[in-house]
Design a protein around this ligand. Structure first.
Ligand code: Z5A
Length: 205
């Protein structure tokens, strides 16, 4: 029986997820809510090994279906061994990315079939969905400009602007498709203004 709340945060690169996760963690801690911070791909010992495989630039090429299956393999481990047990204990879980990223990156970016992604989602998650998803939205060029000071890029970060524009489009479409769950946040504002939008939305939980 799920007692805690499951929140996910998503968006294109440089949207500010990591910074806002710190803000949310502190905000919930002040309300005496025990929150587990985690991420995808990854979050478990096995999931982090899969993440390394997925993001390594040593891998010269990877078939799109393989990428999708690895994302869901890591997610299966994540949900069953970490997220569900935490929610059953009554903890809250905040995940840096979740299934919406598979629709956006593998569906939008790579052009894989949405029906296949949905099939995997049903298999691995059944009816399990986040209580709330915070979608930090920024134009791709702005997000990129915030992270360009970082030296090396991982395998997915090496993709083109067109790829990331397709990713962003799918995120926005999904926020329209699931308005109750996915809250679109204008993350092109300052850090403080973005945190304020998040705080207002979290209060509804
Ligand atoms: N992926 C996938 O393909 N399919 C899936 O199913 C899943 C994931 C789950 C790893 O994700 C990759 O996996 C990701 C999608 C793919 N690939 N890409 N690209 P990740 O989340 O680990 O990696 P990331 O998206 O590259 O994270 P990021 O670049 O660190 O983005 P961020 O966390 O949103 O950014 P940040 O570190 O919070 O902020 C970046 C900088 O901007 C930093 O210096 C901040 O101080 C600054 N910043 C942030 N917000 C602001 C504002 N508002 N104003 C000014 N400056 C700001």
């Amino acid at each position: 029986m799920k007692k805690g709340k499951f929140i996910t945060i998503d968006g294109v690169e440089g949207a500010g997820k990591s910074v806002q996760i710190d803000f949310i963690g502190n905000y919930l801690a002040k309300k005496n809510i025990n929150v587990i911070l985690t991420r995808e791909p990854g979050g478990t010992e096995l999931g982090e090994k899969i993440r390394a495989l997925l993001l390594s630039t040593d891998t010269q090429s990877m078939h799109g279906d393989t990428e999708l299956l690895l994302m869901f393999a890591a997610r299966n481990e994540h949900i069953k061994t970490k997220i569900m047990p935490a929610l059953e204990r009554g903890d809250w879980v905040l995940s840096d990315r979740f299934t919406d990223a598979s629709y956006a990156y593998q569906g939008g970016g790579r052009g894989l079939s949405i029906e296949r992604i949905s099939l995997l989602e049903k298999w691995v998650l059944q009816d399990f969905t986040p209580d709330m998803t915070l979608l930090l939205d920024v134009p791709v060029a702005l997000g990129m400009s915030r992270v360009e000071f970082r030296g090396c890029r991982d395998r997915i970060e090496l993709e083109t602007h067109d790829f990331f524009n397709r990713v962003r489009d799918v995120y926005i479409e999904r926020s329209k498709q699931f308005p109750e769950r996915i809250k679109l946040i204008d993350a092109s504002k300052t850090l403080e203004q973005t945190s304020q939008q998040i705080k207002t939305i979290l209060q509804t939980l």
